[in-house]
Design a binder for this molecule. Structure first.
Ligand code: HEM
Length: 476
């Protein structure tokens, strides 16, 4: 009994000294830090952060602290990082987005760095800029125009095989299958159904470990994610080796897909990516490019099912495009340009249910923000949740209203589903095209009813309906 009592005292003393040490380490020389709580040693406030997302209200973590401490910036500790300043509001977003490489650089949690290794998202400064520029030549609007036909063909095949003739479908797993298939095809010409299905399963394991404390031992989500990432890398490396041979023998066009693009295109300083960097970049684009769009399309289907007047207006716009096409004629760039209301609807979906909860930056020097000191090495976090539902920027903010995006649209730095500044999402245009192409094909065939109107939306790490969003299809 006595021993137990002593042990409890010892552990309590240890925890207390850790807290004091951590606080000392964070505050040392910086008495004017933003207000907030650093939570528990090492885990900080990570559990509260993750729990608020899993409960479906990630904004509560930020909103509560904005109200409690300061609505411009507060401090916390997340994902093993002892000092994190959360920048809030349009001013916070503007500050972070416009000070890249001046006061801050992009930063991802250790789990992300360990899983993705050297690639676009983990490369900073001048090298990051060069790599980004090289990848952009594949992902800019001009280059992507030539893939609209492929996107249309894959959407038609997908809906034909998995939706047509069905009474009830589960939207989320199907849409993820579509966006993954499209990414596999356009990034690495992986087209075999069986291979895509296998990779997709592994990817799901990988995804669950990305925003986790990086504890790499049996049983943790992170451990499973590391194994999954290595498995996918192995598959991609095999494809890369074959492609090099094909390119050497002129058996594959140099513009075939992103893989070939990276193999044959040097950056502006004449350097080619290493094989490892190419594989890592495909891994990152497969990841960033399918779940984000998959979550957006799923939430789009949910809102359209709940709001018949929005569906009707959107269908009227899409019908004009449908009747203008000859039988078998694929969508093209002009058609996409006509989908203005449809894109406003998608934008409103991303305002209310942003697929990405936020990202980090790191301070590269001490600086002052809102009167507080942000020390060098501290991490900063921004989130669409600090502005997207603020009634000052979006009047009647809980109301679904696509007209917010008409004309000039929302004020700068208030609507930020794709982030901003030099590290803004590189796949924004790709996402716009794949979402609109899928939407066109979906409403061309069906209207639908939501089976569980109150289905819970979990954020894990993206908005995900707990039951997969089952709907009853009503073919036109
Ligand atoms: C609806 C779909 C999407 C959303 C909402 C989204 C959102 C975001 C956000 C918020 C960021 C961080 C920006 C920042 O820190 O300022 C980001 C970065 C990124 N996204 Fe997306 N994304 C989407 C689709 C895509 C697609 C389709 C691709 C690939 C084709 C992609 C590739 C990337 C990459 C590589 C980065 C890192 C860029 C860098 O660090 O320079 N994303 N995205």
């Amino acid at each position: 009994m006595e021993l137990l009592f002593l042990s409890i005292i010892f552990v309590a003393a240890l925890i207390l000294s850790c807290i004091v040490l951590l606080k000392y380490k964070c505050d040392r020389g910086h008495p004017n830090l933003p207000p907030g709580s650093l939570g528990w040693p090492f885990i900080g406030e990570t559990l509260e952060f993750i729990r608020s997302s899993q409960k479906g209200s990630p904004e509560s973590f930020i909103k509560d602290r904005m109200e409690k401490y300061d609505n411009r910036v507060f401090k916390t500790s997340l994902l093993g990082e002892p000092g994190v300043a959360v920048f809030c509001g349009a001013t916070g977003n503007k500050f972070l987005f416009s000070n890249e490489n001046k006061l801050v650089v992009t930063w991802w949690p250790k789990s992300v760095n360990k899983l993705f290794q050297t690639c676009l998202i983990t490369t900073k400064g001048e090298e990051g800029r060069r790599m980004r520029k090289m990848l952009m030549t594949f992902l800019n609007p001009e280059a992507l125009q030539r893939y609209i036909g492929t996107m249309d063909t894959i959407a038609q095949q997908h809906l034909g095989s998995h939706w047509e003739g069905k009474d009830v479908v589960k939207v989320f797993p199907l849409v993820k299958m579509f966006t993954f298939q499209l990414a596999c095809c356009l990034f690495a010409t992986i087209t075999e159904d069986e291979k895509i299905a296998r990779l997709s399963q592994v990817f799901n394991v990988f995804l669950k470990g990305i925003i986790e404390i990086p504890l790499n031992f049996l049983g943790t989500r992170f451990y499973r994610a590391v194994k999954a990432a290595n498995m996918i890398r192995g598959e991609l490396q095999t494809i890369l080796e074959q492609r090099k041979v094909d390119l050497e023998h002129n058996n594959a066009p140099r513009t075939q897909d992103l893989l070939s693009h990276m193999l044959v295109t040097p950056d502006e300083s004449g350097r080619f990516l290493t094989e490892k960097e190419i594989v890592n970049n495909i891994l990152v684009l497969l990841f960033a490019g399918h779940d984000t769009s998959g979550s957006t399309i799923t939430m789009l289907v949910k809102y359209l099912g709940e709001l018949p007047h929005v569906y009707d207006k959107l269908f009227t716009e899409q019908r004009e495009i449908i009747v203008s096409k000859k039988p078998g004629e694929l969508l093209n760039w002009d058609d996409i340009g006509k989908m203005k209301y449809s894109w406003n609807v998608v934008s409103e979906v991303m305002r209310l249910s942003p697929p990405v909860m936020g990202t980090f930056r790191e301070a590269i020097c001490d600086f002052t923000y809102a009167g507080y000191t942000i020390p060098k090495g501290w991490k900063m976090y921004w989130s669409p949740f600090s502005t997207h539902k603020d009634s000052d920027f979006f009047p009647d903010s809980t109301n679904f209203d696509p007209s917010r995006f008409k004309g000039e649209g929302p004020s700068p730095y208030t609507y930020v589903p794709f982030g901003g500044g030099p590290r803004m999402c590189i796949g924004k245009e790709f996402a716009r095209l794949e979402i609109l192409v899928f939407l066109h094909n979906l409403v061309k065939r069906f209207n639908w009813d939501i089976l569980f109107p109150d289905e819970k939306i979990e954020i894990d790490p993206m908005p995900t309906p707990a039951k997969g969003l089952p709907i009853r299809l009503r073919p036109h």
